[in-house]
Design a protein around this ligand. Structure first.
Ligand SMILES: Cc1ncc(COP(=O)(O)O)c(C=O)c1O
Length: 354
């Protein structure tokens, strides 16, 4: 084996593994999927749409149809949209665009996959710490650091903390960083207060990432998209993204889900309601600290009770996302909001450690 390859393999082996948990007899509440949307309903509309597909052909027409549907649904021009195989795949392409050796500013904690992908692509990331009191960060510090960088990444609402930063703070950052590629990951925006998508016309350096995996209930179909200025989209769609990154089956399913968006909207309202209720109930428990959330999950500081909480989740056959120690936050977990029945089970876990 040549020297360079050996070195590269050693370097990649140091990157933290992205672990996935699989246990079919457990409630899966670690990946922020929409488990409130009815599985049988999704299956019924999916099967109906799949029957119309001609699998011998590349999905040209289906791409056109989904772009049109998505544009109507979001009230965003078709020329501002690029589809991808999950937003994960678009992240990889954006990091390819940023390029090896370049620098990026982000916050800590944030979407851990993004950091590991920076490492894989040789993009150096600099992190501004969030306050463990209220999950906020200092704009001036962030902007000063970002001025030394080529790009920034902010998650809105943030994963794993769940909060959406103030709109005025995001606009201040955008206004001050016109020479950076600004990536705003809005994977959970349907559960939040606002979107920055309308600013893509004003800021040609702004890229918004979205996904069908969370609110839209299609994590298994692997579809994400980006919203950006038309010039950047034209370049990205025709020169950076591969021509058929999303397959016919996923495209057809996505079209049918958007056509039934009232069902999706209903599930989103229910999740928001359940989230606020669970937050309220958990905030009465003294041994833990729960943070207010604008997403479909709650971020909880478990303090000395972390091991007991993890064990109790396991005993009740619930998979939560144990995050271990996160900087000044200490030991935390992140838990997806599900149906009322699932959320009652979560509450019972925390009640048991009182
Ligand atoms: C903030 C954030 N961005 C992107 C993704 C990935 O989404 P997708 O399923 O579209 O690849 C996730 C998934 O957990 C996420 O939390």
């Amino acid at each position: 084996m040549t020297n360079w390859l050996k070195k590269e393999i050693e370097k990649i082996s140091m990157i933290e593994k992205y672990g996935t948990v699989c246990n079919s007899d457990h409630f899966k509440m670690d990946a922020n999927e929409n488990l409130v949307l009815d599985k049988n309903f999704l299956m019924k509309i999916s099967l109906k749409s799949i029957k119309k597909i001609d699998l011998r052909k590349y999905p040209t027409e289906l791409y056109d149809q989904l772009y049109k549907k998505l544009s109507d649904y979001l009230m965003v021009s078709e020329k501002s949209l690029v589809l991808g195989s999950g937003s994960d795949q678009i992240i990889d392409l954006l990091l390819t665009l940023i390029g090896k050796g370049r620098r990026l500013t982000t916050i800590y904690p944030t979407f851990s996959y993004f950091k590991t992908r920076c490492q894989l692509h040789g993009v150096t990331s600099s992190e501004i710490m969030l306050s463990s009191i209220d999950n906020t960060f200092d704009s001036e510090k962030f902007i000063d650091d970002a001025k030394k960088s080529h790009a920034i990444y902010l998650c809105s609402p943030n994963n794993p903390t769940g909060n959406q930063f103030e709109r005025s703070q995001m606009l201040e950052i955008l206004g001050n960083l016109k020479n950076n590629l600004v990536i705003i990951d809005e994977a959970y925006v349907e559960f939040a207060k606002y979107s920055l998508s309308k600013y893509v016309q004003e800021f040609p350096n702004l890229v918004i990432l979205r996904t069908f995996s969370k609110a839209l209930g299609l994590a298994g179909a692997r579809i994400g998209y980006m919203i950006a200025n038309e010039e950047l989209v034209e370049l990205f769609k025709n020169r950076v993204q591969s021509p058929y990154a999303v397959n016919s089956i996923s495209l057809a399913i996505a079209i049918s889900v958007i056509s039934n968006s009232d069902r999706v909207e209903k599930s989103i309202s229910l999740i928001r309601h359940e989230r606020d209720k669970l937050y309220h109930n958990l905030s009465k428990i003294k041994k833990i600290d729960v943070y207010r959330s604008d997403a479909n999950f709650l971020f909880i500081k478990c303090n000395e009770e972390y091991d007991r909480v993890i064990e109790s989740f396991d005993n009740r056959k619930i998979i939560a996302r144990g995050l271990d120690k996160i900087g000044s936050y200490g030991n935390c977990i992140r838990i997806t909001i599900g149906t009322k029945k699932m959320n009652d089970k979560i509450l019972s876990v925390f009640n048991s450690i009182q």
